[in-house]
Design a protein around this ligand. Structure first.
Ligand code: FES
Ligand code: FES
Length: 244
């Protein structure tokens, strides 16, 4: 003789078909509007939706999303080291990538690609910028100078010579950025620009380019080889027009 099993569904059936022993006014709104069975069904549908991923975009939404992320190409002419260079790039292309990947000028280095190391420093209208944070399209019309453009033929720039003579590098990866930055530092100092050190020392009128001033003004350029003492010596020598 088999014993009839009472399943959860049977129990629900009985609960729903049995007359309520409670007075209608004692039942909560939830009791009256959502049965346990309805709740279980709704939960099943919901979990199936979650398991299948986010709701699918309709065709119009997909087309809009694709249009928003599609590359927008632009044709530019960049004046680099005195010569015009035409190139067609995605509008999001950085100046660093335009130089390295499109024009083959690999002197400017990509260290962090986040504006933190200074390896990509170039001069734009005489001011030093992190080319990894500068859009190529924004640099159109400006005079761009990279490490390749500092020397005149075989004649190195005085800052390049000073770095050689004072051993201002080890692996050399940061060096193009260090040299471009140092060239700008000397110009900034010449025109009387101040640094944090100038304010700390009170030398706010034509401050002397001390080692502390050089360290502060070059602090945006990191060197993983820690060639800092020799970099400072090179910048100091260049500022004094020394050659040894
Ligand atoms: S690569 Fe541009 S700051 Fe590091
Ligand atoms: S010389 Fe190697 S990172 Fe500066």
């Amino acid at each position: 003789m088999s014993i009839p099993l009472c399943t959860a569904n049977d129990e629900e059936e009985r609960e729903e078909s049995a007359p309520s022993t409670k007075e209608p006014e004692n039942r909560s709104v939830l009791d009256t509007e959502i049965s346990r069975r309805d709740f279980v069904k709704a939960a099943g549908v919901l979990s199936a939706g979650v398991a299948s991923g986010a709701p699918k975009l309709n065709a119009a939404q997909q087309a809009k999303a694709a249009a928003e992320t599609a590359p927008q190409m632009v044709t530019l002419t960049l004046k680099i080291n005195g010569a015009p260079h035409a190139l067609t790039v995605d509008t999001r292309t950085t100046l660093l990538d335009a130089l390295r990947e499109y024009l083959g000028m690999t002197g400017s280095k990509k260290g962090c690609d986040h504006g933190q190391c200074g390896a990509c420093t170039v001069l734009v209208d005489g001011r030093r910028v992190n080319s990894c944070l500068t859009l190529a399209a924004v640099a159109q019309g400006a005079e761009i100078t990279t490490i390749e453009g500092l020397a005149h033929g075989d004649q190195l720039h005085p800052v390049q010579e000073a770095f050689l003579e004072h051993d201002g590098f080890q692996c050399g990866y940061c060096t193009p950025g260090q040299i471009c930055s140092a060239v700008a530092v000397l110009e900034e100092h010449k025109r009387g620009d101040l640094s944090t050190v100038s304010w700390q020392t009170g030398e706010t009128s034509a401050p002397e380019l001390t080692d502390n001033e050089i360290r502060e003004r070059m602090s945006g350029n990191l060197c993983r080889c820690a060639a800092y003492p020799n970099i400072v010596a090179a910048v100091r020598a260049a500022s004094m027009g020394e050659r040894s």
